[in-house]
Design a protein around this ligand. Structure first.
Ligand code: ZN
Length: 454
């Protein structure tokens, strides 16, 4: 009997060990992940206007190798070398020439550090060409037709993968801008990771993993990490860097701050510097789900900050650092931030209504003026809402101050219409009452009076 129980328990423990992922086995350690992105890797040209020497990347890659860290390098396969250069057509059958397929120091350096495990290569666009017209958010992929996105991603992925002799399945969109078609094309091409920013979430699936840019400042990243010692497990922080960050006199400071961060992570028990594909594959709450929640949570905070800052109440809302947190964190936090927004908007609408009510007392005897005010505020509200729709169309989020203006205007408009219509009703009631005034016994008179008295 005892022997049977022992065998049973050993079997259960054995199975549990086999089916539990490696990162979940050690409960004493909370694993946190630092991902450093370095965008825009391509042969440097005068157009980039960076006065860092050609040895910048060698120094950067060496820094990561020395501290046993990983660097995600976003590579541009067919970079625009000249603003006048004609746009490439990925839908044509010919693959355009790329610096990746020709012998040069840039590809040699990249290959060396990919093969020694320091660099985790990612695709950073096709040409890195700005597509949307002026006034729209910068981007190469966002709002482009699906067929174009699929074809350009396919060509770019094939070019980069074949030049590095290893499959590249991480996409970092230029200017962090993407849309639902980008996600669809990435799924089709079996990309595993997408790293945009927290501007919007236009992906409802779970096949693609998403981890957004959290900060571009290594000093801020280190400060957040040191301040938040009690983070739950599987938290990720994505730091985004560019060649221009390392240029000039300030570039030296940036380098030093980045090194400090890497030293901290190297000696930390909880933090690890990883590439996207080193992150654990989540089952219950996927990275895509976390990303969507993070976007909602962050947007709510941004809107609230904007509202309070505009009202001159600064520092009341402490914006929290953007780590990519577990699902339970967003479940417990998002309702609070969103609730605050609704409270502020409701209060603004009430203030608008009160202003309209006070104003209406001045024009007691001029009902037509109230109607004019109601029409004008209705027009203004439509104008504000159409403006918000247009802003969303250009790829930018609607600011808190506009939401407040919409709420305030709606409050004013509703109050003017209500006051005007109630006065109209009173006026018409008093005119219809006139002929019946002699007949006191008519029940209809009582009902008219009761309307009048309310
Ligand atoms: Zn870029």
């Amino acid at each position: 009997m005892k022997l049977g129980l022992s065998i049973l328990s050993i079997t259960i423990i054995g199975w549990a060990t086999l089916i539990t992922p490696a990162y979940a086995q050690d409960q004493s350690q909370n694993h946190h992940f630092l991902i450093v992105r370095y965008d825009d890797y391509s042969p440097r040209i005068p157009m980039h206007q960076i006065d860092a020497g050609e040895e910048l990347e060698t120094r950067l890659f060496e820094l990561f190798r020395r501290h046993r860290a990983r660097l995600v390098v976003g590579v541009i396969p067919f970079p625009v070398m000249d603003p006048e250069q004609q746009e490439l057509d990925p839908l044509s059958d010919n693959t355009p020439p790329s610096w990746l397929s020709q012998p040069n120091e840039w590809i040699t350096l990249l290959r060396e550090y990919v093969h020694n495990g320091t660099v985790d290569p990612a695709l950073h666009g096709y040409e890195h060409r700005r597509h949307p017209p002026t006034g729209y958010r910068h981007g190469e992929y966002r709002l482009q037709p699906y067929a174009w996105q699929l074809a350009s991603l396919r060509q770019a992925q094939q070019m980069l993968s074949s030049s590095l002799d290893s499959r590249v399945d991480v996409f970092v969109p230029p200017w962090n801008a993407w849309d639902a078609n980008t996600a669809r094309a990435l799924e089709e091409l079996e990309f595993t990771w997408l790293s945009p920013d927290l501007n919007h979430a236009e992906y409802s699936g779970d096949q693609l993993n998403i981890a957004p840019q959290c900060t571009a400042d290594p000093a801020q990243a280190l400060q957040w990490i040191q301040k938040n010692q009690d983070l739950p497990g599987d938290v990720a922080l994505v730091l985004v860097t560019h060649p221009f960050d390392f240029a000039g006199e300030q570039g030296e400071t940036y380098f030093k701050q980045l090194e400090k961060l890497l030293v901290y992570v190297e000696t930390s028990n909880n933090w690890q510097s990883v590439g996207f594909n080193d992150l654990p594959m989540l089952q219950a709450s996927s990275w895509a789900q976390r990303f969507r929640e993070a976007v909602t949570w962050d947007r709510a905070q941004v809107i609230l900050h904007d509202m309070f800052d505009t009202a001159g109440v600064t520092g009341l809302i402490q914006r929290q650092p953007v780590f990519l947190m577990p699902q339970s964190f967003y479940d417990s936090q998002t309702w609070y931030w969103q609730g605050m927004i609704y409270v502020v908007l409701f209060f603004t609408a009430c203030v608008g209504g009160a202003i309209a009510w006070i104003t209406s007392r001045w024009v007691r005897s001029h009902n037509h003026l109230l109607m004019v005010a109601a029409i004008v505020t209705t027009g203004l509200l439509v104008y504000l809402i159409l403006g918000a729709v247009q802003i969303v169309g250009t790829g930018y989020p609607v600011r808190g101050i506009r939401w407040q203006a919409i709420a305030g205007c709606a409050g004013v408009m509703a109050a003017f219409w209500i006051i005007w219509s109630s006065r109209q009703a009173t006026a018409s009631a008093s005119t219809t009452r006139q002929p019946d005034q002699n007949d006191q016994n008519q029940p209809t008179i009582d009902s008219t009076r009761s309307v009048q008295s309310t």
